[in-house]
Design a protein around this ligand. Structure first.
Ligand SMILES: Nc1ncnc2c1ncn2[C@@H]1O[C@H](COP(=O)(O)OP(=O)(O)OP(=O)(O)O)[C@@H](O)[C@H]1O
Length: 618
């Protein structure tokens, strides 16, 4: 054996892996997709689910067998009384008390909830006191007091308090019979509970929604009925239906007034014929039928108010049934398909060469010069705006820059009076927004008048604040129709043109939650423009967007800047500011440290703090 041979013998031997040991991987040939049509498909097995189903079946069969075979249930007596005349009339009374009690209760409850959130401390206090009192008194006590009210007040009169003027007078006993006392007692009691449910719903609506509605100049009543309450309904409905179901069962308490509603009626019957169980079952089955009806109603009402909140609506039982008969699983329904009478979409998308629509242009004669004169504002001890003066010439684009917390957003919100300043004032084309001038006195305007004047100033928020329960088109036409009193057809035509301009014609009937952030912000811009404002305010319009969506929003704003709209923009997009701004304003600690054209502020800032800030962000 040579030395070389010995080396080979002692060193570890690396042998090639035999070919047969290689895993047999066969890559599918993309040119020839495999054909699985001949394969048998076996579904996944779920032994746990199968055991659960068997258990449920055994329980159901055992319960049914015990109910149907035990003769003591006396189903023949049940059948005899189920549709008997006194039972049906008791049932009718139960239903009437439930419907009227719920309707009046929720009506009064809505008024009480709005009073509770009112800015008047006395009104809010009165509503609180009512709720406190009525929730504390047992219903049975309230019913008996109302029934005996004639003892306390012999007559009920209508007239002017603290005077002898009386328009009408009635004996209390004649007015408050057992049925009227029952209706009144149930409604008053229901109102106290529903007020808190409704208030909870109102509080659940995002503050930004109210700000957006106020920025569009929508009247307070419209804000409440069109924007807040429909959104609050999502939170209100489940608990409200609980209350209604509770009331339907709770009507049995009016036995204290000897009113023969369903339960009282069956009690009277079984005391006579001693068939207690079958008659209790008569009442139970009728209550089950009422509750089932209410549950179905709840499903449809909740589904109606879910439009816009859910991307897809759950299929209705009828849709499920149809799908089941067709042998497939019912798919969730895209919310757009549920829209009633959707307005037609334009078939032709205008190209940029087509002249801008009327809604895109400033109204003739509008100039939109903003004057901010010695404005100061504090939040508690913190002075957020400190004696600020600034002029935004008409048609100019002013960009406000500054570190976080320097007061940029507060200044912007002061321009349209969303923030009320402590001193100083703001004018648009010489008109004060929040005040009326008489001689040398300024009278603060009521909110309704401020809302009307606010339509001259459009605002686009950082978080879009689109109304989620309204479609894109409904969002855009809401203010022109309500505030500018434009016809719906004209407002729709303008809105579709604006949506085409921001590249969203095909989204007119979509709900905002189905859009990307950039698309939502473009809708928000179209919505602000629909009022043909003299001035547009942008509060960090791109900072809530993913980086790749920023460009599409900036393109729209850039386009607007070229069209000569007066704009004030708070932004951190320095490159964009350099490109579009006529004037750059730098703020710090509630003061304007410097302002000037971008070429000067960005290249040769006068103030050291500006230079320091720019060095950090550039
Ligand atoms: N409603 C309010 N109540 C109390 N303090 C407030 C209120 N609104 C704003 N502030 C305070 O005022 C200061 C200025 O806020 P503002 O939102 O105007 O700053 P900003 O310059 O826009 O900041 P950012 O760039 O971070 O948005 C901050 O310190 C903020 O906490």
């Amino acid at each position: 054996m040579t030395t070389r041979d010995a080396e080979i013998e002692t060193s570890p031997r690396i042998l090639p892996v035999p070919k047969a040991a290689e895993p047999q991987v066969r890559w599918p040939d993309p040119a020839r997709p495999r054909d699985y049509s001949g394969h048998r498909i076996i579904g996944a097995r779920h032994p746990g689910r199968l055991a659960g189903t068997l258990f449920a079946a055994v329980v159901i069969i055992a319960v049914l067998q015990s109910i149907l075979t035990n003769s003591r249930w006396e189903w023949d007596v049940f059948a005899e009384w189920f549709f008997a005349e006194p039972v049906i009339s008791g049932l009718g009374r139960t239903l009437l008390l439930t419907v009227i009690g719920s309707a009046l209760g929720f009506l009064l409850g809505t008024a009480l909830a709005l009073a509770r959130v009112s800015k008047s401390p006395l009104l809010s206090g009165l509503a609180w006191g009512y709720i406190w009192l009525l929730r504390s008194i047992p219903l049975i006590v309230l019913l008996l007091i109302l029934f005996n009210l004639g003892y306390l007040y012999e007559t009920v009169w209508l007239g002017i308090p603290f005077t002898d003027v009386v328009f009408a007078e009635y004996p209390t006993v004649a007015l408050l019979g057992p049925f009227a006392a029952a209706i009144l007692g149930l409604s008053l009691n229901q109102a106290a509970f529903s007020a808190e449910i409704i208030r909870g719903g109102i509080l659940s609506v995002d503050q930004g929604q109210l700000e957006a509605a106020a920025a569009l100049g929508l009247p307070r009543s419209r804000q409440a009925l069109r924007i807040v309450l429909p959104q609050a309904m999502r939170a209100i409905l489940p608990t409200a239906f609980n209350e209604i179901i509770g009331l339907a069962k709770g009507t049995s308490i009016i036995y204290v007034l000897a009113l023969p509603e369903l339960f009282y009626t069956v009690q009277v019957i079984y005391r006579r014929n001693l068939a207690v169980i079958p008659l209790l079952m008569v009442a139970t089955v009728w209550y089950l039928i009422i509750m089932t009806g209410l549950s179905v109603l709840q499903f449809y009402v909740e589904r109606h108010f879910a439009r816009g909140a859910l991307r897809t609506l759950p299929p209705t039982p009828i849709q499920r049934l149809r799908a089941w008969r067709a042998g497939r699983v019912a798919a969730p329904v895209p919310v757009e398909l549920e829209n009633h009478n959707p307005l037609p979409l334009p078939t032709v998308v205008p190209k940029p060469a087509i002249p801008a629509p009327a809604a895109w242009q400033q109204p003739t004669g509008a100039t939109g010069e903003v004057q901010i004169h010695r404005v100061s504002k504090s939040f508690g001890a913190l002075k957020v705006l400190d004696d600020i003066s600034l002029t935004v010439p008409s048609g100019d684009v002013t960009v406000i820059l500054g570190p976080s917390g320097s007061g940029k957003s507060t200044l912007l919100r002061s321009i349209n009076h969303l923030e009320k300043v402590d001193s100083g004032f703001v004018t648009i084309d010489g008109d004060l927004l929040g005040y009326r001038e008489k001689g040398d006195t300024l009278y603060e305007l009521k909110e309704a008048e401020i809302l009307k004047r606010r339509v001259d100033v459009g605002m686009v928020f950082q978080t879009f604040n689109l109304f989620p329960h309204l479609t894109v088109l409904e969002n855009v036409i809401e203010a022109p129709v309500t505030v500018r009193r434009q016809s719906k057809a004209a407002a729709t035509q303008d809105a579709l043109a604006l949506l085409a301009r921001v590249g969203l014609s095909d989204k007119a009937h979509a709900y905002p939650r189905r859009l990307s952030g950039g698309q939502q912000q473009r809708v928000a811009i179209a919505r602000a423009l629909a009022l043909k404002p003299k001035v547009l305010l942008f509060d960090e319009p791109t900072s809530a967007l993913d980086p790749e969506l920023v460009g599409e929003v900036l393109d729209v704003i850039r386009d607007l800047a070229r069209s000569g709209t007066t704009m004030v923009i708070v932004t951190h997009e320095i490159g964009f500011a350099r490109e579009v701004a006529d004037t750059v304003v730098f703020m710090d600690s509630g003061r304007i440290l410097e302002q000037g054209p971008p070429s000067q502020v960005f290249t040769a800032p006068k103030h050291a703090r500006t230079a320091e800030f720019l060095a950090k962000v550039l």
